[in-house]
Write a protein that binds this ligand. Structure first.
Ligand SMILES: NC(=O)c1ccc[n+]([C@@H]2O[C@H](COP(=O)([O-])OP(=O)(O)OC[C@H]3O[C@@H](n4cnc5c(N)ncnc54)[C@H](O)[C@@H]3O)[C@@H](O)[C@H]2O)c1
Length: 283
């Protein structure tokens, strides 16, 4: 997600410092951004010269302190782990320039909780991009309990400048996108677990019957089954309602390290360079 967000801002003329703890991830990010820019040029959505100017707007670094010393906005997109986010936001609160807005791309962690450790809760907001960032139109903007209206206004305007459609929501578990999406994915997994139908049948019903571009099981593979499980746990803990309890099959698959597209197997098998969809899960 970090490379997609950096790509988008750089493409629209913003100077971006892309920060990661891992040099390897930064090199991979630049490679991915280059390939995605080539794809945009080939599709005719970007002028060839824009590739070079986008890349020139990007600087990679491994130090948060150096990367945020003179910025007006930070968009955090580190691993979805509450302790990690709290550590990062405490550091951002201490070191970011005064007035700098601190946004998080978190899919599920409370913006109010993240804001509480910064010492500038009014300047903290959720800026939830969808994957793949340069393509997907929506930005779900999440107001924490203390987010200042001016900050929301700035992020709404900025999202429009980036060619996106902003949608402002309040900070409750799962916000809107995942509160609705994850129970659907969980129900699809229950449908498989109970033997109502197979992987292809479930995905085909939802694709052709509901005009979804991708079935819920394939979508879960792309999001990452570990990520789906962690969001369902946030919903389950946050609302205390058993309807959000993750399906035991999802728990088993994550325990068995079947995490979806990112590590080669989830409900489907993924071979690098191949677009063929082969079902991996057989009851
Ligand atoms: N994957 C999706 O479809 C999706 C969609 C919307 C939002 N999100 C959210 O975006 C965020 C990132 O998700 P992802 O799927 O890209 O995760 P990822 O695990 O693929 O990437 C996270 C990156 O953060 C880096 N990182 C870890 N600790 C760091 C630190 N202390 N400082 C700097 N970098 C650090 C890691 O090296 C890694 O490169 C999460 O909050 C997630 O909920 C993900």
């Amino acid at each position: 997600m970090g490379n997609g967000i950096a790509h988008l801002f750089a493409q629209y003329g913003f100077k971006v410092n892309l920060i990661d703890v891992s040099e390897k991830q930064l090199a991979k990010a630049l490679e991915t951004i280059g390939k995605n820019l080539d794809r945009q040029v080939a599709k005719g959505v970007l002028e060839p010269a824009a590739k070079e100017s986008t890349l020139q707007n990007l600087t990679t670094m491994t130090s948060i302190t150096a990367g945020i010393s003179d910025v007006q906005l930070v968009v955090e997109a580190a691993t979805e782990n509450v302790d990690l986010k709290l550590k990062i936001f405490k550091e951002l609160g201490e070191e970011a320039p005064e007035g700098c807005i601190l946004a998080s791309n978190t899919s599920s962690i409370s913006i109010t909780k993240i804001a509480a450790v910064t010492g500038r809760a009014g300047k903290v907001i959720g800026m939830h991009f969808m994957n793949p960032v340069p393509v997907m139109k929506l930005v779900e903007i999440i107001n924490g309990y203390a987010t200042e209206p001016e900050v929301t206004g700035t992020i709404v305007d900025l999202s429009k400048t980036l060619g996106k459609v902003p949608c402002v929501v309040n900070d409750y578990p799962g916000f809107v996108a995942n509160r609705i999406l994850m129970p659907m994915i969980n129900e699809a997994i229950y449908t498989l677990y109970e033997g109502v139908a197979g992987v292809e049948e479930i995905d085909t019903v939802m694709k052709l019957g509901m005009a979804h571009p991708m079935g819920p099981l394939q979508l879960a593979d792309f999001i990452g089954l570990d990520v789906c499980l962690s969001i369902l746990r946030v919903l389950h803990d946050g609302f205390g309602n058993p309807k959000y309890a993750p399906c035991p099959l999802l728990v088993n698959m994550v325990t068995a390290d079947k995490l979806g597209a990112k590590n080669g197997e989830g409900f489907y098998k993924y071979t690098p360079g191949s677009k063929e969809l082969t079902v991996a899960y057989r009851r």
